[in-house]
Design a protein around this ligand. Structure first.
Ligand code: ADP
Ligand code: ADP
Ligand code: ZN
Length: 216
């Protein structure tokens, strides 16, 4: 099963991806996570990506496509994968088609999580992430049992440097101009499925699972 998660920043892609990959036993490929890891390791790729991420802008296509091309060739992707946050531009979508063709594979599902802009702002500014295991929380909508501590591994929770009101505005604008038009690209291929991302986390998971299992 080869799945794409689309949706603006804060729509719940990462939260839902965590659940779906454990249910379907496929790797979760997040370009945002890949860039943050490279950044924390101080690699040349990380330093380059940081210039854009710190401003809330997209990392250039050639860099982003290169990472995904390499990742999809790894053996653990042979049984399927979940791509989260890629593609975000038409050039990336076209490159993905070409990569899939060269691997003799096809995309099966494109799931678009729909959430209004006001709610996205509230979600992003309240997002907290575990330093150790990467689990995502929200100070109001999905709080940990103990303030600032991960339920799963007791790791420390932190706030992403780009999750402040100013950067969030730029990121949402990037999404509207560069990524939203891609929905038509997948609509035309007949594989786009819309999901109401404003429902509770469990309800959204149920809906996605029904779609993936062909029951909706
Ligand atoms: P969110 O979960 O809020 O949508 P991500 O963690 O996926 O954000 O991405 C963080 C940042 O990484 C983006 O703001 C952008 O700078 C960069 N990035 C991630 N994916 C891509 C992509 N497909 N194309 C360009 N830049 C990307
Ligand atoms: P994305 O990966 O699309 O940027 P995340 O999965 O990181 O989004 O979610 C953004 C924030 O919103 C996180 O703090 C998360 O806990 C919270 N969140 C995710 N899904 C929901 C939901 N259905 N209802 C309420 N809060 C949610
Ligand atoms: Zn943790």
């Amino acid at each position: 099963m080869n799945i794409l998660f689309m949706g603006p920043p804060g729509a719940g892609k990462g939260t839902q991806a965590e659940r779906i990959v454990s249910e379907f036993n496929i790797p979760h490929i997040s370009t945002g996570d890949a860039f943050r890891l490279a950044k924390s390791q101080g690699t040349p790729l990380g330093l380059e990506a940081q210039k854009y991420m710190d401003q809330g802008l997209y990392v250039p296509d050639d860099i982003t496509i290169g990472i995904v091309r390499e990742r999809l060739q790894q053996p653990d992707c042979e049984q399927g994968f979940l791509l989260d946050g890629f593609p975000r531009t038409t050039a990336q979508a076209e490159a993905l088609d070409e990569i899939m063709k060269s691997l003799g594979r096809e995309l099966n599902h494109v799931i678009n999580l729909k959430v209004d802009r006001d709610l996205l702002l509230a979600r992003l500014t309240g997002r907290r992430i575990c330093k150790s295991c990467g689990s995502t929380y929200h100070v109001m909508f999905n709080p940990p049992q103990v303030d600032g501590v991960c339920d799963k591994c007791q790791g420390e929770l932190y706030q992403r440097t780009d999750d402040n009101a100013e950067k969030v505005g730029t990121r949402l604008d990037e999404y509207v101009t560069k990524t939203a038009p891609l929905l038509e690209y997948y609509e035309a291929k007949g594989i786009l499925r819309q999901v109401d991302g404003e429902k509770e986390i469990d309800a959204v998971s149920q809906e996605i699972q029904s779609l993936l299992r062909g029951k909706a």
